[in-house]
Ligand binder design. Structure first.
Ligand code: SRM
Ligand code: SF4
Length: 591
């Protein structure tokens, strides 16, 4: 199917696998059986004796935006089921009313923390079954949703939302909302179960036309949805804060050369993705290909064309091979471009230049392009919480209550308080100080540009600690860098508890990927613009030996680097080629 009409027509139901054809993955059969995605969720919710959902429903609930987990710290005394809920926030933009509601839900029904995700959304952890309904409804009541925050669908759309970085930010945010809404599934069960049959009018909230009523079968996704998850991000050069090349679908904003305030269109990127499995060479991180340029007004058609091409050509037999990146890798970018063009009915133009020179967030007070101010706040591992030293959660609540400022979540798990009038700045700074949260010198460069995924104790796939271990490792980094006279050098460090890549460790200058309890693979060589994949430097290093492995390379960076050379570039120029040469020599000797 490769004509323009395929944009809205769903694929035919997939027939049960013939004996010669590879068997469909189990999730495909589940989706075929119940395209409403309802399963027995409602029955389990209504059953006061059930503390968990069945194995099949564990797959369906993801489409509703939540996961069944258990507290891994408590496994020795028997599994205690808890749930993680994730919402969708295109571009990470949160209104004051939404923030206050989300904070309240975290206090009442979750573990009293709000977790900013690496895709600019919120997660609520530690929710018990009876808390699911109130949280889902509470999120809906403030015109947000958890629908399709997880599952085989288009996930939360990332977009740059830092007001000072470009005049194009608000235009791009508008497009990110358009794309997010256009790619939402219409799964009937979601609203029936959680919102008493009322569909959330996401568009109406912004004064636009409400969406049409839900059809029996999803007009975009069809009966079996996508082969797996599908991720979209926008970026505005020169800032690559969304790691745009790691997404299935990327839109890079191109300004009109004659009028830099006007968004002309986008370069289209496709086929990025990071997840891999240890010891399985068929799985690997991949950066997206640049397919071409198109004008802004075609964005929804292009987004749907890429999504439906994936829907029809992704692998539905092997979930480890089911991401769009493998379609691009195996069929090629030229083939995929043809597929997209056939579906939209217009050709892509040659890509426009898109010089990226930096990534990451701005901290402290900055003036917005509209004259007001925003405050960038570093949030350790994205966890908004109160501790004895810092009461970030309480401080943010007070600020949003008193000053009704907008909150914007960044792709690096930090946040901005945006649209702040000059008159409110001093009071906001004072409230933060009262709660132990500094506005200036918030953290050393290595800490403020770091990221960690949640891993233990909530993530069932974690092999090693991440969010709970990275702060300690960063202490060691800070000591080491200070001893080497490199205390204020920028260095992008990211950690995950397993190779799935949730905090995008394969883009870091130094990446740590959990291998086993207390053991990490170390990756070196990402770029400061996050445009290059790093490579494995050491495998299965014990936590306590990490600095022993890194000290020599950090010392060499100090002594041998070219003027201004970032660590990742240095590692690519020296350490990694030397490693390759040593490996080649060892192989030659062995042969
Ligand atoms: Fe992720 C699965 C957390 C961004 C690749 N991810 C999970 C689960 C749901 C574990 C599970 O399936 O049981 C984790 C929940 C842990 C917990 O307790 O909260 C989880 N992923 C996260 C978040 C919260 C990490 C964070 O530090 O913020 C991010 C939520 C983003 C969001 O708001 O939607 C998150 N996950 C990512 C990213 C980064 C990105 O998208 O920019 C990736 C790598 C990019 C990619 O998709 O290739 C990522 N997560 C995965 C994978 C591997 C997918 C693959 O292709 O193999 C899994 C495993 C899976 O899907 O089976 C996974
Ligand atoms: Fe869990 Fe692995 Fe993702 Fe970390 S990277 S949250 S351990 S799936």
């Amino acid at each position: 199917m490769s004509d323009a009409s395929s944009l809205s027509s769903a694929p035919a139901p997939v027939a049960p696998a013939a004996s010669a054809a590879p068997a469909l993955a189990k999730n495909e059969l589940l989706k075929q059986r119940d395209p409403s995605l309802g399963g027995a969720i409602a029955a389990t919710l209504a059953d006061p004796n059930a503390d968990r959902f069945s194995e099949d429903d564990e797959q369906f609930i993801k489409f509703h935006g939540f996961y069944q987990q258990d507290d891994r710290d408590k496994r020795k005394t028997g599994k205690q089921y808890i749930f993680m809920i994730r919402n969708r926030l295109p571009g990470g933009v949160v209104t004051p009313e939404q923030y206050l509601a989300f904070d309240d839900l975290a206090t009442r029904y979750a573990n009293n923390t709000l977790r900013i995700t690496s895709r600019q959304a919120f997660q609520w952890h530690g929710v018990v079954k009876s808390g699911l309904g109130p949280i889902m409804r509470g999120i809906h009541d403030v015109l947000s949703t958890t629908l399709a925050a997880c599952g085989d669908v288009a996930r939360n759309v990332m977009a740059p939302s830092t007001p000072a970085t470009s005049v194009l930010v608000e235009q791009v945010l508008e497009d990110s909302r358009l794309v997010s809404t256009a790619l939402l599934p219409r799964a009937t069960a979601y609203h029936q179960i959680w919102i008493d049959g009322q569909e959330l009018n996401l568009h109406g909230a912004r004064g636009e036309e409400p969406r049409e009523p839900q059809p029996a079968e999803d007009p975009l996704y069809g009966r079996t949805y996508l082969p797996r998850k599908f991720k979209t991000a926008f970026a505005i050069p020169p800032l690559n804060d969304t790691d745009v090349f790691t997404n299935c679908l990327g839109f890079v904003a191109i300004a009109d050369p004659a009028n830099p305030d006007r968004l002309l269109g986008y370069n289209l990127l496709a086929g990025g993705g990071l997840g891999m499995s240890h010891g399985n060479k068929e799985t690997y991180p991949r950066l997206a290909d640049v397919l071409g340029f198109f004008p802004r007004e075609r964005i929804v058609e292009v987004a749907k064309a890429v999504l439906t091409a994936y829907r029809d050509h992704g692998d539905r037999t092997n979930r480890k091979h089911a991401r769009l990146k493998y379609v691009l890798e195996e069929k090629g970018a030229a083939w995929f471009r043809g597929e997209v063009e056939a579906r939209t009915g217009f050709p892509l133009a040659a890509p426009a230049p898109m010089p990226f020179t930096r990534q990451g967030d701005l901290f402290g007070w900055h003036r917005q392009t509209d004259g007001r101010f925003f405050l960038g706040l570093y949030v350790e591992a994205g966890r908004i919480k109160d501790t004895a030293q810092r009461q970030l959660k309480t401080a943010l609540r007070r600020i949003v209550e008193q000053h009704r400022v907008e909150v914007r979540l960044t792709p690096s798990q930090n946040l901005l308080l945006a649209n702040v009038p000059e008159a409110a700045r001093a009071d906001i700074t004072a409230i933060l100080a009262e709660h132990g949260v500094p506005v200036e010198n918030q953290a050393r460069a290595v800490r403020s540009s770091s990221m960690a995924c949640p891993s233990m104790p909530t993530c069932g796939l974690g092999l090693a600690e991440s969010e709970r271990f990275l702060p300690t490792l960063l202490d060691a980094f800070e000591t080491e860098l200070a001893a080497l006279g490199l205390a204020d050098e920028e260095l992008i460090v990211r950690m995950t508890g397993c190779p799935n890549g949730c905090a995008r460790p394969y883009m870091a200058e130094i990446g740590f990927v959990g291998r086993a309890p207390n053991k990490y693979n170390i990756y070196l060589g990402g770029s400061e613009t996050c445009l290059r994949l790093n490579r494995e430097f050491r495998a299965s290093v014990k936590s306590e030996d990490i600095m022993k492995e890194l000290r020599p390379v950090l010392t060499r960076w100090r002594d041998e680097r070219l003027p201004g050379e970032h660590f990742g570039d240095f590692a690519q120029r020296t350490i990694l080629p030397e490693l390759d040469a040593a490996k080649a020599a060892a192989t030659a000797v062995a042969n």
